[in-house]
Design a protein around this ligand. Sequence first.
Ligand code: 26Q
Length: 819
Amino acid sequence: IVQIEDDRTATSVEALKRAILDNLYYIVGTTQANASNQEFFAAVAYTVRDRILARWFATLACYKQQDVRVVCYLSAEFLMGPHLANNLLNLDLEEPIRQAVAELGRDLGVIEEQESEPGLGNGGLGRLAACYLDSMATLGVPAIGYGIRYEFGIFSQQIRDGWQVELTDYWLRYGNPWEIRHPHEAVEVGYGGRTEGWTDSTGRYRVRWVPASVVRGVPYNTPIVGYRSGIANDLRLWRSESTESFYFDRFNSGDYQGAVAGKTFAENISKVLYPNDEEIQGKELRLQQQYFFTSCALQDMIRLHLRAGRQIDTFHEKWAIQLNDTHPSIGVAELMRLLVDEHGLDWEKAWEITSNTFSYTNHTLLPEALERWPRPMFASILPRHLEIINEINARFLSEVRKHFDGDEARVSRMSIIDEHGEKFVRMANLACVGSYRVNGVAALHTELLKKEVLRDFYELWPEKFINVTNGVTPRRWLAVSNPEQSALMTRRVGNGWLNNLDELKQLEGLAEDAAFRAEWRRVQHDVKVRLTNYILEATGISVDPSSMFDVLVKRIHEYKRQHLKVLHILTLYFRLKRKPNLEMAPRTFLFGGKAAPGYAMAKLIIKLINSVAEVVNTDPDVKHRLKVVFLPDYDVSLGQKVYPAADLSEQISTAGKEASGTGNMKFAMNGALTIGTLDGANIEIRDAVGHENFFLFGLTADQVQSTLAQGYRPRAIYESNPFLREVIDSISSGQFSHRDQNLFRPLLDQLLNSDPYLLFADYQSYIDCQDRVTEIYRDQEQWSRMAILNAARMGKFSSDRSIREYSENIWRVAAITLC
Ligand code: 26Q
């Protein structure tokens, strides 16, 4: 028998070469000689995608055959990062593709750099969704990710004259080889209009919604390949388009302008990601987006459910819907509408299904980030949903009254409608009422939810509340981004850690092995050289790879306290100014992160960092012992370069403000030591790696509360601490702003007069702790011991562990193995 190698599935180097050239010629439409690296990337991506399709279909067939319960992860954001390197790892194709690409005269590293990342998220919440998709595919949890295929993702950031400038992110410019459009599975989504009553053939009174406009949602599927699991799940992102009928009806009747306006309305819905995290603005388009993808998702699930020959009343047995924050929580009302209005179920049955389908993950404790919509706006966009919410609310509040007789203050706090003054729909309340589980994302966060933000709901339904501490995927965040350290670890303990991160525990003993520590440092140095080259290219700044890399990368926010880091840098700077010959181990301070375009204070913090950098980096007294770098356009790809090279991870939020943090996990997995507050998952990381291997400072969440309650006076701290005063005075004097004494005034005034995030209260504790960091860093052997123990003890923070907990405690789904 002659074995014929199929050019779309075979994985020998020869077959891969033929396949790449084929795709280059027939799909991309160019020749090997003429192809740009960008075109060559597309051909490689198609070649990899071809090798995914068979297992993709097999996975779906297997789910169908085993009639499993499917998890639907609903999220307004999926911050996937580039797919190629991750898919190569998970499919075990890295080496043959590398060789095939090399034999065709290109370098795989260069080709991988061509991929423009789908930045369809702001930060933590969107990236968490991506890590969870990776773990679900790896563990064999049947899952579909549902979201929006934004045409423009998070803006790309430039720094001009120290200020952030936003540029649109047209990530689809060169096409997207990973997605497949499925127009046959399109659905329609309505907006506005009115509701009307009617009587059905059985004499029952029914309500129907007559929307004023209808848009079409078209799904685009991207395969999510598990790590060597043979499984590929679906990420289904919806694009909004105009329906021909809407467009042509108007067009035919001569209303050209109306036709174009309708088309514009429809196409705008999936046009752009809102770049605010942790702050809501109540924009109509945002509500339209949320309803759009949530309705598309629910219609898709119902279609799949019925197509499998099942009855609508078993819906909750086959689908578990996870709400990634309140952004898709309109789904509670939409599922009720679909079941009652469209499928004719009675209210009680529909509610039983709905309230056994949804679970809700909360990601924030900041009051300004709790979503609420003005009732008039809500009524004009979703009139039928408001009626349904009123009915849900009436029934719910009567239950509250039964439990807490006479406690009308509680009733009004728990109401889904905020009845005070201008009325609002409270989405977190809707999500709590409509879900059978509510979870926080770290132990402290869940406790604070129960004690504060959602206390009333916890008192009514304590059994609903559980904690699932976040996790991150060790595939992308260790294996893909830090191949050098991964190889070192695999040489010592095998590669089992890739799907069981606890196996790195075996490295603990090696912390006492001087030869291993030396190897560890050699690897770390190589990785830092890699980042050093990037920094030079991206910013023109040359940094010393043997200096300590002290890194703070995350969205810019006052509660995350990037400006506290600046106070530390300036404290060191003035020590050097006083004593230019002071012995000080060199440090490189790396910042990265985007500010929401409308968040003036965050933008001013970026300007402050760059202004300080300008002075400190060029001051001859500093003698290059301090280097401050703001890395522009921090995104997933840049994160992959930064985390592995960090020596020190800065996790310095005001205690009680950061729900979990996930960057903290990526750093520690890569062997960075953390300096941090007792906030979010920092607490659990410290417990896992050992208190002696973690640099702790600052007030606790309780102390923060009591400090504020007792009438906090930041100015008193400023007046009594000469070092702090020197730093603050230098900024207000214009020393870092070309003598302009007004530039940073808003920032300084706020710190001196209210300081809501308690920078001054934590200042001295932070400085003292940083001095301990410096002390220990001088002992490189000790530092390496601690770094190795950090990396070895991060097993708990694999997203595989998080997904197992969701599967067991919330979704009640079993992982499958391929049939
Ligand atoms: C809401 C309404 C309108 C426009 C935008 C938004 C919006 C968008 C994004 C609100 C919040 C977000 C993002 C929140 C977020 O990323 N939270 C982070 O979630 C991480 C994963 O759980 C945690 O680790 C972080 O602590 C938390 O800040």
